[in-house]
Design a protein around this ligand. Structure first.
Ligand code: PLP
Length: 418
């Protein structure tokens, strides 16, 4: 069992809450830096390692800036994410636009920024050329079909909307070559929240073999192979973090055997990890408003699914601790709920916790990735603030909480609520 920790004392948290009322997400800068460093360390053997931080995990310019300081770029999939990347000073080929059903304006912005474009279909080559022009460096997303099993979050590759089949992939490189593109990469993203090192090594082998075939059949020397994101995190105390060193060494071996034996020793390894970089370094902090006892015992928080929707959406487990009661006996069973008029607005169901009092502060763990980012305004609920616990111990507001004015902003237009 791994003890779930929170980097702030009860006293400091009370002080923080005086300035920034709950609920809010708070991220630990030191932990984020350690996570990205561990990933880079695992691939220190590679001729070049590129991490394109998946912006969708924690779309905040301050977080992207930290990533940039650690040598990472960004992986973007929307116009806003491209602008966030630019706002944080990440431009050019430090950006990879991983497109899928992408509109013209996103391709245009990505081309204007000089980003690497990662295409999701052979038909998108013409669309890209027509609407934005061709990039200097183009990549394609491979869908390996039934060569990979898939899991609950990402599903089976054969059922996934993403990527090109193998045959399409070869045709697509050829087509792009004919259009004058000279620099290429290869991408896939077939696993999500995966904890087993073998899964990453398996994917790498598949991709390296493909890189050799692309070289041999098309004469294309790929600049990089991007293995996607999907590095899992131990949401449950009984789970263990991914052994990144084992992932790196396994991939190193495959690199030598498959690429090295064909003289392909200069290909960079790229990844676009999101969850593993920021997930365990974030917490949703919330106050208990109500306790209700009917057929079950309910603890009602001032946070709701609008602040963290993974439990309701995927049945995902997020560990919960009660501030100041970390070592108390967990001899009660509660459903921990939010206030949406939606029965699945629950952070936990039948969870063993210590006896909880109204006014207690609940810490919901591992919310640093795909947490605040997935927020929404159903029921008119407002998204919370995001705070950063800096390495110097100070707390910085990195996104203010939404206000009713924000909510009403889109209703104010000529003929609307002026
Ligand atoms: C979501 C996503 C990622 C990040 O996934 P994590 O599970 O957060 O590592 C990376 N690449 C693409 C294309 C994605 O859609």
């Amino acid at each position: 069992m791994q003890k779930k920790t929170f980097p702030i004392s009860k006293e400091q948290l009370s002080e923080i809450i005086r300035n920034y009322p709950t609920p809010f997400h708070i991220y630990d800068e030191k932990a984020i830096r350690e996570n990205i460093r561990a990933l880079r360390r695992a691939f220190r053997w590679a001729p070049e390692f590129r991490e394109h931080f998946a912006v969708k995990a924690t779309p905040n310019p301050r977080i992207i800036e930290i990533m940039k300081e650690e040598g990472a770029g960004t992986d973007c999939s929307s116009l806003a994410e491209l602008f966030l990347s630019e706002a944080a000073g990440v431009t050019g080929e430090k950006i990879m636009l991983t497109s899928n059903d992408t509109p013209a304006d996103e391709f245009q912005k990505a081309i204007a920024l000089g980003a690497i474009i990662n295409l999701d279909d052979i038909s998108h080559i013409d669309y890209l050329e027509k609407h934005a022009g061709m990039p200097k460096c183009l990549s394609f997303r491979y869908n390996p079909g039934n060569l990979i099993e898939g899991n609950d979050i990402i599903g089976k590759p054969t059922e996934a909307k993403y990527g090109l089949t193998r045959d399409q992939l070869f045709l697509a490189y050829k087509k792009a070559q004919e259009k004058g593109v000279k620099r290429f990469g290869l991408h896939t993203m077939v696993i999500s929240n995966e904890l087993r090192p073998e899964a990453f090594v398996y994917t790498a082998k598949l991709m390296f073999t493909l890189a050799v075939e692309i070289q041999e059949q098309l004469g294309i020397h790929l600049e990089f192979v991007n293995l996607g994101g999907g590095v899992g995190i131990p949401y449950r105390p009984e789970e263990k973090p991914v052994d990144l060193e084992a992932v790196g060494q396994g991939i190193r071996e495959a690199y030598g055997k498959i690429l090295g034996s064909h003289g392909l020793t200069g290909i960079a390894i790229a990844m676009e990890s999101g969850r593993a970089m920021t997930g365990p370094a974030g917490w949703l902090v919330s106050t208990v408003l109500h306790e209700k006892k009917t057929y079950k015992d309910y603890i009602g928080l001032d946070a709701c699914m609008a602040n963290l929707m993974r439990p309701a959406m995927y049945g995902a487990y997020h560990h919960i601790t009660v501030l100041g009661k970390e070592d108390a006996l967990c001899d009660r069973i509660y459903d921990v709920t939010g206030s949406l008029c939606e029965n699945n607005d629950k952070f936990a169901i039948d969870r063993k916790l210590p006896a909880i009092d109204i006014g207690d502060i609940l810490i919901i763990h591992d919310t640093g990735a795909h947490g605040h980012a997935m927020g929404f305004n159903y029921n008119g609920k407002l998204r919370s603030a995001e705070l950063l616990l800096r390495e110097d111990g100070n707390v910085e507001l990195i996104r203010r909480a939404e206000t009713l004015d924000d909510y009403f902003a889109t209703l104010k237009y000529p003929g609307g609520l002026m």
